[in-house]
Every structure is written in C-alpha cells, then in structure tokens.
Design a binder for this molecule. Structure first.
Ligand SMILES: Cc1ncc(COP(=O)(O)O)c(C=O)c1O
Length: 389
C-alpha cells in the first residue's frame, strides 16, 4: 500500500542516518575497551545466505553435557569447541574443563562468584567472604551484593593494584575466601600481583580458597605476550576466569566467556530440569546461540600470529602515546602489561569528542581520563587527539 511504503521510506531513512552517524563516531571512540575493528564481514555474508538468519536458535542447556539430547536447535558444538580452543591459553586441561559463552564480562563474573561460593559452601558448609580490590570493576562488588555474600573491599595502590598488607589485615581465616583478582583494572589497567597475594592466602593452609580472575580486557591479549605465564593457572593457580568477547576478540555486541574446571562444575547444584532434559548449573536459561558461532568464526579465521601482531601493535602504540604525552609535559601513566594510558583530564570538549571516561585520584593530582589503545586506535588517531590537547 502506498501509505505504508511511504512510512517504510521514512523509517529506513531514519535508520540510515542513525547507522551513518555511528560509523563516523566509532573511529573516535577510544575511551572504552571495545575493539571497533570487526572481523565479521564474511561471517555475515555466509550467515545471510545460510537460512540460519531466519531461524530461532537458543543455547539453553549445558554445552559440555553431551550425554543428554538437547531438545531445541542450538550451537552447543561450536560453543564447546570455542571454550576448548580458548581454555589452553589459560592453562586449563581439556580433560578437566567446563565453560560457557556468556552475555558479557559481568555475566562471567557472576558465574565466577556464584560457582565459587557454591563450591566453597559444598566443601566446607560455610558461606565464603568475597575479597576484591577497590580498583576492580564495580561488577564484582555489585554481584557479591546480588548474591548476598559478605564483601571486603581492599584498598589499592596508586597503580590500581590490591595492597598486600591491606589484604593481610582483612582476611578472616575462620571463613572460606573467595578472592576476585583484577587482571587489568578498568581505569588504570592495574594487575593484582597474584604471586604476592597468594602468599597471604598460603599463611592459612586450613582456609578453603577459590580464586576467580576478572580478566575482561587483558585476558584476551595477555596469552599473546611475554606475560602469558602470568595468566596460566599452572603457574599462578586460579579456579575460574571471565573475559569479555567484545573487547580484544572483537565481537560486535556484548559477549564473553567463563571457563572453569569440571571439578568446580561438579560441585554446583546440578539443577536437573526435566522440561529441558538436562542439568542447568549455569545462571541463565536462554542463552545466545549466535555469539558462540561468531566467536568460533573469529577464532577459526585468525591465526595465532595475527593475534600476536594485534597485541604487539596495541601495546607499542600505548607505549608510544605515553612517551609522546611525556614529551608534551602532560602527566600520563601506563602500567606494565597494559594498553590503557591514563592522564590528566583534558577539557570537556575533548572528553566528549573522544568519548573519554573520567576518574579521580588525589594521589595523581585529581581529575583523570584514559584512552584504551585497542586495535582501531592507531597512531594517527592518537596524534589527532594530542593535536587537540
Ligand atoms: C575489568 C573489567 N571487568 C569487568 C567489566 C565488565 O565487562 P562487561 O562490560 O563485558 O560486562 C569491565 C568493563 O569494562 C572491566 O573493565
């Protein structure tokens, strides 16, 4: 009908305008940890010719439970393979492995804290205390609250790392400890010194401990650096890890993954759900079937050399940017292992143009901002930013 067609034209014109604006703006989006260099073009070409684009698929259920027949169409086999491909990067053994693709880093932390507290409770009959630094992402603190767990927030040093002596003071050895280590804090890119902090835990051999790593951004690229052993659980022991998929790995929508061991998974409430014909240890019922497919695609179209090259370029650009700010006399800092450069806050107009996140630390002179040097943040973009400073 003519009237309808006219409406559709208006709707499409509005959407075109909206999409055009986003495409222009995203080049300047350098203040948040998201990779704007999508590798999914060929995925979508395949997808729209496949017929799958007109199908409802849902990954409800456990991708590692291959004994039960899952009733609905899903991408569990790709989800399982994705976890199996990623897990060795963090030292997980393929024979003792469980994991899922999550909706986000926060969803992964939610599973880390939920699985950790169930595990500790099953082993000891006691609810744990959650320990996390004040520089860690707010999600862990929110999630401890959501899960009604006692939380002890440990002060961090000027680099964003948990202070060992403060951790020592906060420990209550009469209760199990659920420690969330921040592997790359959101603002400063500080990394908790697991080796030193574990020495504090080692003083209490009778205290049950579960370690969860919030490695939302750094967990993506550290395995491709000289720091790879740091995030390997055979070197620095941990029980689970959560990483975002839209950060280093370039998913084009919020995503993540959560990896743990079968031992941890087997010490959960199994939640046998008859209408789904399987056990449901994870928090969510319906889960995306598309995200595992997209992440599987990226991992099967990007070789290790390419991930190494992406990482080296990011870290080199971050180092170069910090050195250039030093030359300008603009106070700036970058932590070891980090692609996040933080510096004295620029004027509002620059903050807005580059979508920069603000923060405050009196120890560093007050107002701060940062740039997260992701794959799309080239030297040209950084130079343009500095020209505006
Ligand atoms: C260290 C850290 N953990 C967790 C999150 C939350 O991740 P997501 O946004 O994927 O939920 C972020 C977000 O930036 C983060 O920086």
């Amino acid at each position: 009908m003519e009237k309808d067609n006219m409406n559709y034209d208006v709707i499409e014109a509005r959407l075109d305008q909206f999409a055009g604006d986003i495409v222009i703006k995203r080049k300047n989006e350098i203040g948040y940890p998201q990779n704007q260099k999508s590798q999914l073009l060929n995925f979508y070409k395949w997808f729209y010719g496949s017929g799958l684009n007109l199908s409802m698929i849902n990954n409800v259920g456990d991708p590692f439970d291959i004994e039960h027949k899952h009733l609905n169409a899903n991408t569990h086999e790709f989800e399982r393979e994705t976890i199996q491909k990623l897990a060795p990067l963090y030292g997980f053994d393929l024979n003792d492995l469980w994991g899922i693709i999550t909706f986000s880093g926060t969803d992964g932390n939610n599973h880390g804290i939920y699985f950790g507290s169930n595990y500790l409770q099953k082993k000891t009959g006691q609810r744990p205390i959650v320990y996390v630094s004040d520089a860690a992402h707010y999600s862990s603190k929110r999630l401890a609250d959501l899960q009604n767990l006692e939380l002890r927030v440990i002060p961090s040093d000027v680099h964003g790392c948990m202070i060992k002596e403060e951790f020592e003071k906060a420990i209550d050895p009469s209760r199990p400890a659920l420690v969330v280590y921040a592997i790359g804090t959101t603002f400063k890119g500080g990394v908790d010194d697991m080796g030193e902090l574990n020495k504090v835990l080692d003083q209490y051999p009778d205290m049950a401990v579960y370690r969860h790593l919030d490695a939302a951004l750094f967990g993506g690229y550290l395995p491709y650096t000289k720091y790879k052993d740091f995030i390997n659980r055979n070197v620095n022991p941990f029980d689970s890890i959560a990483i975002s998929g839209h950060k280093f790995f370039g998913m084009d929508e919020p995503a993540g993954f959560f990896i743990t061991t079968m031992d941890v998974k087997n010490n959960q409430n199994p939640n046998e759900i008859s209408y789904l014909n399987c056990s449901m240890p994870m928090i969510n019922c319906s889960r995306s079937a598309m995200t595992p497919l997209k992440l599987w695609w990226v991992l099967n179209h990007t070789d290790e050399a390419s991930f190494i090259e992406q990482t080296e370029t990011m870290l080199e650009n971050a180092k170069w940017f910090k050195e250039e700010l030093d030359k300008m006399g603009w106070p700036a800092w970058v932590e070891e292992m980090s692609n996040t450069v933080y510096f004295k806050k620029p004027r509002e107009e620059v903050m807005e143009k580059y979508v920069l996140a603000p923060d405050y630390d009196e120890r560093l002179g007050g107002d701060l901002a940062h740039i997260v040097v992701m794959q799309h943040v080239t030297k040209e973009v950084l130079q343009r930013f500095m020209d505006q400073l």
